[in-house]
Write a protein that binds this ligand. Structure first.
Ligand code: ASP
Ligand code: MG
Length: 407
């Protein structure tokens, strides 16, 4: 007998029919003899609808009341799902986050889970019941309702799985797994059987938005095997777990991630002196602007150039700041460019293989794509290119690293 946590997202519970389909799926696992805990999202569109209602009254409602409001979406789903389970003869019981209790800190709208009491759930499971828990919510030390941030039901599911020491946490969604790249860009993209937590984090933070990033971090930290599956069709999905020992059998590159949300800023002709990079980038991060890629270079005349990328939404604020810094430092010029995109190849196999970067550059060269910036980590190589070459670059790399599905 295994203990499984299943999470169903908004589209999977988007209508009464869909909720009944979820009940049937849960019943199937339950009848196989598994103990099942289900975490659910609000019905699709519901969280947005609730936020819309609030904004009709006040653009910046009190965060505490906002959490009271948006947490109702999931409460609707848990009740309906339990009713659907009862209807087909399955004993089931619903819990809101605070009933469980999922204890969080008090940062409304982006609360972090501190502790989960698994006792009540375990008692229900041992009595043969299915336990249905509202995702995305918890309560703080004083009993105030909190929410975990958009997409937070994924994190609830993983946290429940960790607390109950579950054998697997299954995330049911509208895609049948994690792909080698976005199938809308590369039609020959393939579903991955397996991917490591580390790879998934690189893929996700680069824009493959199957899972909330925090839930993957959480799963990695507590070693909870995660499986992404479709709630619309049967299939094995993609297993996200710890690194396999047998790296030799693994492809060098597991996937190609990309991101069009970034913009690039360059400051040229600054002094090559201690403290200059701090002055430039410190001011940007003090303004709470996240920086991604950073490249610095020093010319023969001892003047330095720093190029970095920020989210496109932050470009104009960062540009203004940089102009100010440029004046203070006597820089030659500042340049901003938002017609860029980042493409990354990701794979733990890179650790044990040489020449992966060279291969990547060779593939891009063959397509005549100019590389503007390069950045690497142990399991990722990312380049920034002109945005109009993004799709070409992704396709070429997908083929170049042997990821295309056989036809
Ligand atoms: N309902 C919440 C949202 O839309 C949480 C979730 O679906 O994971 O963000
Ligand atoms: Mg979601």
């Amino acid at each position: 007998m295994s203990l499984i946590v299943q999470k169903y997202g908004g589209t999977s519970v988007g209508s009464i029919e869909r909720i009944q389909a979820v009940a049937a799926r849960v019943a199937q696992s339950h009848k196989q003899g598994d103990q099942v805990v289900v975490a659910v999202s609000a019905m699709s569109g519901e969280t947005n609808r609730l936020i819309g209602l609030a904004k009709e009254i006040e653009p910046q409602p009190a965060a505490r009341e906002m959490d009271v409001l948006v947490s109702t979406g999931e409460q609707v789903t848990i009740a309906l799902l339990c009713m659907a389970l009862h209807k087909i003869g399955i004993d089931a019981k619903s819990y809101t986050g605070s009933q469980v209790r999922i204890l969080t800190d008090n940062s409304h709208g982006k609360a972090r889970i501190k502790e989960i009491d698994g006792h009540k759930m375990q008692d229900d499971l041992d009595a043969g019941r299915v336990v249905v828990v509202a995702g995305f919510q918890g309560s703080d030390e004083n009993g105030n309702i909190t929410t975990l941030g958009r997409g937070g039901s994924d994190t609830t599911a993983v946290a429940l799985a960790a607390a109950l020491n579950a054998d697997e946490c299954q995330i049911y969604t509208d895609v049948d797994g994690v792909y080698t790249t976005d199938p809308r860009v590369v039609s020959t993209a393939q579903r991955l059987e397996k991917i490591t937590f580390e790879e998934m984090l690189e893929m996700a933070s680069q824009g493959s938005k199957v899972l909330q990033i925090r839930s993957v971090e959480f799963a990695g930290k507590y070693k909870v095997p995660l499986r992404v599956k479709s709630s619309f069709e049967d299939g094995p999905g993609t297993l996200i777990s710890l690194e396999e020992d047998d790296l030799m059998e693994k492809a060098v590159v597991s996937g190609i991630a990309f991101n069009r949300d970034e913009a690039k800023l360059t400051i040229r002709g600054i002094p090559d002196q201690p403290g200059v990079a701090y002055k430039v980038l410190g001011a940007i991060s003090d303004a709470n602007i996240e920086i991604d890629v950073i490249v610095q270079n020093v010319a023969k005349d001892n003047s330095a150039t720093i190029t970095f990328t920020v989210h496109r939404n932050d470009l104009s604020a960062a540009h203004k700041l940089l102009n100010q810094i440029a004046k203070d430092l006597g820089a030659i010029e500042v340049e901003a460019d938002d017609a860029i995109a980042k493409v990354s190849i990701v794979g733990v196999g890179m650790r044990s293989h040489a020449g992966v970067a060279a291969k990547m550059f060779e593939v891009l060269a063959a397509e005549n794509i100019n590389i503007q910036l390069i950045t690497t980590s142990e399991i990722k190589i990312a380049v920034v290119v002109e945005e109009r070459y993004l799709e070409l670059a992704v396709r070429a790399l997908h083929t170049g690293f042997g990821l295309d599905a056989p036809d």
